[in-house]
Design a protein around this ligand. Structure first.
Ligand code: ATP
Length: 302
């Protein structure tokens, strides 16, 4: 079965002489959270705006469930939900009014249930401008998904939010995903991208520098895997870079720590070594480089 919901093929966008997006291709599938990452000016917003039908592509093809966003705005309207940036609503518009307005636009009954679901019940008569940043973001998400669109675009959805609001918003995004929505998440927050995304594309100066699951991306760089081991008699403390794949070794509290390009070989050799010395293992940790470390490696290199 073909589950592709969004297909971007050789997409290109220029602003005058400035090439903002230079022939990128990717696909997002049904029920997938797709992370669009990249440093400032990489082309994320431009890509989102073209997919949302707000700008026209200059080359290549964009397709959302068979609809060309630049050419079929009416068909696109009910297929996508877009979380507005915080400044997107009039400051004196009440929460309930905003819900009525957006639901009328999409021709669905007002979704006051979402207002409660997002913890805004007590704020239904409050004006948009009087809501906190977190409340504004939650309302923006409610408005984006009120018509149950199969595709949702989120641009920096949790920037500036406290941990609790962020967690709440993530939970809601997971619910949308469980209902089968495809979510495109543009973010600078690598921890968020790593935790939330099924697959990501890292954009760099208008091109895709890396794409795959966060695990695939963190597994491929030169980034070293950190292998830490603690044993009863600390025999590893005197064994430095002798294990395969290890280029750096240090002692951190009771742990012998190895930075390895070949963690499988390192761990096997390490276990064989402590076994041969009859030094029982207390703890072993293998930590991949984070997506943030890998992101910095990719964006720093090019
Ligand atoms: P950020 O993380 O800073 O939001 P981004 O990845 O979303 O960045 P874009 O906003 O898509 O990047 O910008 C890509 C490039 O296109 C940048 O060099 C930007 O200066 C340029 N650009 C964006 N919008 C316009 C515009 N309306 N006119 C001219 N150039 C633009």
């Amino acid at each position: 079965m073909n589950n592709t919901v969004i297909r971007v093929t050789n997409f290109r966008k220029t602003y005058g002489a400035m090439v903002a997006v230079d022939g990128i291709s990717f696909e997002a599938r049904r029920g997938e959270i797709f992370g669009l990452l990249g440093p400032n000016g990489a082309g994320k917003t431009t890509t989102l705006e073209c997919l949302e039908g707000l700008r026209q592509a200059d080359g290549g093809a964009l397709d959302i469930l068979g609809v060309d966003p630049g050419r079929q705005p009416r068909k696109l309207r009910n297929l996508i939900g877009v979380q507005l940036q915080t400044s997107g609503l009039p400051a004196d518009m009440q929460v309930d009014e905003a819900v009525r307005f957006f639901c009328a636009y999409h021709d669905v009954a007002p979704r006051y249930d979402l207002v409660s679901r997002l913890g805004l019940e007590a704020k239904r008569r409050a004006k948009y401008g009087q809501l906190s940043t977190g409340q504004q973001r939650r309302l923006a998400l409610a408005l984006a998904v009120a018509h149950k669109p199969p595709v949702v675009f989120l641009d920096e959805p949790t920037a500036g939010l406290d941990v609790e609001s962020r967690t709440e918003l993530h939970a809601l995004v997971r619910e949308l995903q469980a209902d089968g929505a495809t979510i495109v998440l543009a973010t600078h927050d690598m921890a968020e991208a790593e935790k939330m995304s099924d697959r990501v594309a890292i954009l760099l100066r208008g091109k895709i520098a890396a794409t795959g699951t966060p695990r695939e991306i963190t597994a491929t760089g030169a980034g070293f895997t950190k292998v830490s081991a603690r044993t009863e008699q600390s025999v590893l403390h005197s064994n430095g870079t002798g294990f395969p794949g290890v280029s750096r070794h240090l002692i951190e509290e009771d742990y012998a720590v190895y930075f390895s390009t070949d963690p499988g070989a390192t761990v096997s050799a390490l276990l064989a070594h402590i076994q041969s010395r009859n030094d029982p293992l207390i703890d072993l940790r293998v930590e991949r480089p984070s997506l943030e470390e890998r992101f910095l490696e990719i964006t720093g290199r090019q």
